[in-house]
Design a protein around this ligand. Sequence first.
Ligand code: PNS
Length: 159
Amino acid sequence: MKRVVCPGSFDPITFGHLDIIKRASELFDEVVIAVLVNQTKKTLFTVEERLAMIAEVTAEYPNVRVDSWSGLLVDYCERHDVKAIVKGLRAVTDFDYELQMSQINLQLKGIETLFMSTAPAHSFLSSSLVKEIATFGGDISAYLPAPIIEKLTARLAAR
Ligand code: PNS
């Protein structure tokens, strides 16, 4: 069984993430979307909320599931028999950091990282930018699935 992991903060999940997840699900037996818990990063949604949102918008993919992890990603991979990490590369600006992480992960536990190029339509997209646009009342309908827009709008309104 070729199981891969798509890791991230997913605060919240965007169409950019979903594009990579869908394409990975067509290549591998199982795709685990791993929500990484980072105590130093302030998030808008709790881990449980992010897990539920991801599960809702990926329900149509039978070989995709969601999980959370606090710690090194390579330890998650080792414990859950994950063969590789799959990541989207949006632009050359992503490259230095992603290359560094992939090399560390390879050296730490021999875990491979596979980079998929982000679809051009999503190359500028990030959860942070979407949150900023939404904060100022901009139109985010092209960036997030409808159920996520609803939750993001409600969360921002409640702040
Ligand atoms: O969506 P993000 O915040 O860009 O995702 C970054 C993430 C969570 C994939 C990355 O920070 C990560 O892998 N964190 C887990 C800790 C770890 O293994 N770090 C890399 C080796 S030091």
